[in-house]
Design a protein around this ligand. Structure first.
Ligand SMILES: Nc1ncnc2c1ncn2[C@@H]1O[C@H](COP(=O)(O)OP(=O)(O)OP(=O)(O)O)[C@@H](O)[C@H]1O
Ligand SMILES: O=C(O)c1ccc[n+]([C@@H]2O[C@H](COP(=O)([O-])O)[C@@H](O)[C@H]2O)c1
Length: 249
């Protein structure tokens, strides 16, 4: 039996990227491989500046930090499509864009809207895998907190949730203080598409978040081993997140 081919796409602020953002892809790939999927590629899609989240640094900085964070992986790539749009894109739209692009590659008919210049970051990785392939599914990779944010009133459109779980599927990494199984049980739409939702237990718990890194930096505390050293160098060089190089004694 041939393995179902999957691309994992993670959306978020990555403000800044953490080791857990990278680890999430590894944990998901291991689990999916055991279930018989072939994970061809991981994509990181940072949110547009217009998302307007508190303390969000510019996408120029977030992209630069992600590029540094991704230097030691050969299968997780940055997609800057979302940050290059005019404003914030709903996640359902981001998934659909990448799915359409991959479908075009499979069908070998990149059209005028989607040309090779727009997608150099993963065309070369995928092109070989795409030969003789019928389909590749783009799934949303997320932490359990993002899944649970589906329940925040007014945050996600109902049709978008249905499109994300129905057309793409979710790979959810467990996270402290979240109970994805119970959350799915409480939701009719998630229960309807339960076969499209894979929950991956992260047994090696890292209660790590960008918020905690930002807090440490604000307090002039070390963030070593929480994010790659090159990201730390970038943050300190640009004095991001309240870090200052001229400390008053
Ligand atoms: N420790 C973690 N365990 C599981 N998933 C995580 C973890 N940290 C981040 N993620 C997931 O990574 C994706 C992108 O996350 P995001 O940029 O919001 O990071 P974050 O650390 O949660 O950020 P912030 O603290 O600024 O809210 C989300 O799907 C989020 O759930
Ligand atoms: O598509 C939506 O309606 C939607 C609603 C809320 C959040 N999101 C996405 O979820 C991600 C949340 O990131 P964060 O850092 O706010 O946890 C980010 O990529 C947002 O674009 C998307």
């Amino acid at each position: 039996m041939t393995a179902k081919k999957v691309v994992l796409l993670a959306c978020g602020s990555f403000n800044p990227p953490t080791n857990m953002h990278l680890r999430m892809f590894e944990v998901a790939r291991d689990h999916l491989q055991k279930l018989g999927f072939e994970v061809l590629l991981g994509l990181v899609s940072p949110v547009h500046d217009g998302y307007g989240k508190k303390d969000l640094v510019s996408s120029t900085h977030r992209i630069a930090m992600l590029r540094l964070a991704l230097q030691n992986t050969d299968w997780i790539k940055l997609s800057d499509w979302e940050v290059c749009q005019e404003g914030h894109s709903r996640t359902a739209v981001v998934l659909k864009y990448h799915q359409n692009l991959i479908n075009s590659i499979i069908n070998n008919k990149l059209n005028d809207n989607i040309n090779e210049q727009d997608a150099p970051w993963f065309l070369n990785v995928l092109q070989d895998s795409c030969r003789n392939v019928q389909s590749i599914q783009v799934k949303l990779l997320c932490g359990a907190d993002l899944l649970e944010s589906f329940g925040t009133p007014g945050l996600w459109a109902d049709e978008d949730i249905e499109s994300i779980v129905g057309n793409h599927g979710l790979v959810v990494i467990t996270r402290e203080n979240a109970n994805p199984q119970q959350f799915i049980y409480m939701s009719d739409v998630l229960t309807k598409y339960i076969s499209n939702i894979l929950i991956v237990n992260e047994w090696i718990k890292h209660d790590l978040s960008s918020t905690k890194i930002r807090r440490a930096l604000r307090r002039q505390e070390s963030i070593k081993y929480l994010t790659p050293d090159k990201v730390i160098d970038y943050i300190t060089r640009h004095e991001l997140f309240g870090w200052t190089n001229n400390k008053q004694s």
